[in-house]
Ligand binder design. Structure first.
Ligand code: ZN
Length: 218
């Protein structure tokens, strides 16, 4: 069976099974396949925690977002909201900034629009590098519909908004880029079943390559 390189869940799963069977010999294999899985693109994302949300919540949300992006061959390098944001050298700056704020409100019934929980800022050419996530709305939603945790949902909102910055403003009927979330999507999210599709994956990788080329020219 051929294993797609970017499917880390699958690759790591296989390696762990081998590890059980063959002991320490497989450590080299694990390191090798993990390195192969990260042979795609990298992006630096600064998280500005303006809502003073506990650090462990942010860290766990970053892990959720990193997991989804790894399945499409993108490795995220997270940074805090530090001086590099305004660095004169474009290569030092983060590719994207996510501001995590309190606030936001969710309706008490029906599917919840993602717009209540986050926003991506883009110009008329659908180019942008900044997004917001509203932790107040995110936490309220997980209290009303406890099918997933607020950490997981924040990670999902970060992923969705970064998805807009990389793919464009539109929504899709399924997966990460859907416009709203209901009970079944929250359950899917909890099982980590919401993903980017193959077309979105290609667009994301192309977009990151274009950004990298533009940065090197500057
Ligand atoms: Zn959206």
């Amino acid at each position: 069976m051929r294993v797609k390189q970017w499917d880390v869940r699958y690759v790591v799963g296989i390696s762990l099974k081998r590890g059980e069977m063959r002991g320490t010999k497989s450590i080299g294999t694990l390191v090798f396949v993990t390195a192969t899985a990260f042979a795609g693109e990298r992006m630096k994302v600064a998280v500005c925690n303006t809502g003073e949300i506990p650090r462990r919540v942010i860290a766990s949300s970053e892990a959720e977002a990193a997991y989804v992006f790894r399945t499409v061959g993108v490795d995220i390098h997270w940074t805090d909201c530090g001086e590099e944001i305004g660095a004169p050298d474009a290569r030092m700056r983060p590719d994207f900034i996510v501001r995590v704020q309190m606030g936001g409100k969710v309706a008490k019934a029906g599917a919840v629009s993602l717009e209540a929980m986050g926003r991506a800022f883009m110009d008329e050419k659908e180019y942008g590098f900044m997004a917001d996530a509203y932790f107040g709305a995110i936490r309220d939603l997980t209290v009303l519909f406890p099918y997933t945790t607020s950490e997981q949902l924040l990670g999902y909102v970060m992923t969705h908004e970064l998805g807009h910055l990389l793919i464009g403003a539109g929504h899709r009927p399924h997966g990460i880029m859907r416009a709203s979330l209901g009970k079944s999507e929250l359950e899917e999210l909890n099982r980590r079943h919401l993903n980017f599709n193959d077309g979105e994956r290609a667009t994301i990788l192309r977009n990151l390559q274009t950004r990298k080329a533009a940065r090197q020219e500057n």
